[in-house]
Design a binder for this molecule. Sequence first.
Ligand SMILES: [Fe+2]
Length: 285
Amino acid sequence: MMMNQSLNDAMLDDGEAREAQSYADNFGESGFDDPSRMYISQKYDGYTEENQATWTALYDQQMGYLSEHASDVYLDGARAIKLVRDQIPHLEGEKSINTYLGELTGWQSRPVPGYLPAKAFFACLSQRDFPTTIVIRPMESIKYLPEPDIFHDIFGHVPLHADPVFADFLQTYGKASLLTDDPYHTERLSRLFWFTVEFGLIREQGELKLYGSGLISSPGESRHALDSADVERRPFDLDAVCETPFEIDHYQPILYVLDSFEQLRDGMNDYAQRILEGVGNEKSG
Ligand SMILES: [Fe+2]
C-alpha cells in the first residue's frame, strides 16, 4: 500500500499519517493493540481536479464492462453504498459510503496511511473495519498500478462488504488470522485471501462472474480472467485453495470459482473452528 512520496504529500496530513504508521509498524507489541490508532482522516479537500478526473476515468473504464460481467452481489453492493462516477467517494459524514455500509452490515472503511503489517490488518478485519488506502494513482498510471489505491480498495473491495454473507466471511477470516501464529495456517490463509477476496470468480445463473477486487479493479485482468484460454478455472474447494501457491507479478493462471458466497462463508467457519481447536496445541508445540 506504499505510494511514492510526492503522491503522499498531496493527499495525507504528514504528522497524522506518520503517527498512525508508526503505531501500525509496532502493532502487536505490548501497548499496541488498538486498531483505531492506525486510522487517519480522509482530508477530502486535498484531492485535486486531476485526482477526481482519474476516479471518473477509472470508473468509466470498468463499470460498463462490470454491469454484464461482475457478480450481482458486487453490483447490488455498489448501488447500496451509492458508488458514483463523478467523484471520489467520501468515507465519512452524511451520505458517505460508511453511513450506508454501517446500516447494512456494520462494516466501515477506515483510512490508513500506508502498508499495514499482517496482524494489524487482521485486527481491523476482525472488528469489521477495512483498512483503506485513500490516495489515488496519478493519471499517467491509469492502466496499471502495482499497489492498491483508493480505486482498488473502495471500487474493488467495498461493495461486497454490503452483503451480509460476505461480511460475515471476511470478519471470520480476520478473527481466525489474528488468532493463529502457526506458519502453516498463516500461509494457507494468505492463499485463501488471494484466491477469493482478491481474485475470486463465482458462477451465477450458469455464467462466470467476477467478484475479486484485483479483477474488479483491473481492466486488463478482468477480461483475461473470463475469456483467456490460458486460465484454468477450478471449482472452489477451501482446502485445495489453501494448498495452491500464487505469484503476484503476472496475470493469474489459476482461478477458483464459487457456487455461492454461502459456500465461502461456511467453508471459512469450518476452517476457523479447526484453527481454534489447534491453537492450544500450537502454543505447547
Ligand atoms: Fe486488495
